[in-house]
Design a protein around this ligand. Sequence first.
Ligand code: ADP
Ligand SMILES: Cc1cn([C@H]2C[C@H](O)[C@@H](COP(=O)(O)O)O2)c(=O)[nH]c1=O
Ligand code: ZN
Length: 191
Amino acid sequence: MAKLYFYYASMNAGKSTTLLQADFNYRERGMRTLLFTAGIHDRGGKGVIDSRLGIRAVATPFEEATDLRRIAEDAHYESPLACILVDEAQFLSPAQVRQLAHLADEVGIPVLCYGLRTDFQGRLFPGSAELLALADSLVEIKSVCECGRKATMNLRVDGAGNAVRQGEQREVGGNERYVALCRRHFMQRTA
Ligand SMILES: Nc1ncnc2c1ncn2[C@@H]1O[C@H](COP(=O)(O)OP(=O)(O)O)[C@@H](O)[C@H]1O
Ligand SMILES: Cc1cn([C@H]2C[C@H](O)[C@@H](COP(=O)(O)O)O2)c(=O)[nH]c1=O
Ligand SMILES: [Zn+2]
């Protein structure tokens, strides 16, 4: 039976790199994949999955209203898909996560989602909450805080490096805007 996977981590942990490696692995064996990423996350260009290691791939951008199930079913019936890979999965709506579960259960396509667990306030993203509730497999991709502990949280910082405690949940950015920290140091910096 095809499964729904959620690979979660803090920022800068290697999620996009791992996704692109998995994609390459399928494709080098002659299998077809379908890639999605959040339209809002245009750090490397809209519809581009960009890893800090320099590898990148074009993907279908999803917005709130994008019907992932229809896009994937159309592609699958044209030529079978071996796998669906979704980057920035924290930005999925709960309904889109359910569409992905349908694709795994009823169409038989494995779905691998990669994303953040929590935002800059330490709260679950809606897409991540739904994935934590529904995924068959939850896999943590680990990275380290500046102290050497596991970095599980994402601190938002301003231009001077000070913690930002209030704001919109969604704000695209990279290492200049976010720092991955362990819970202890996240709590200290946001206290
Ligand atoms: N030149 C490099 N060589 C090896 N690793 C690198 C290089 N540049 C960045 N990295 C590592 O890549 C990881 C970030 O990868 P990325 O896929 O962009 O993360 P994420 O998608 O989780 O934000 C970090 O662990 C960082 O240390
Ligand atoms: C913590 C946090 C992050 N974001 C945004 C910032 C980036 O555009 C992406 C995560 O990118 P990565 O591939 O994991 O490096 O999410 C946000 O909008 N809100 C937040 O609280
Ligand atoms: Zn720490």
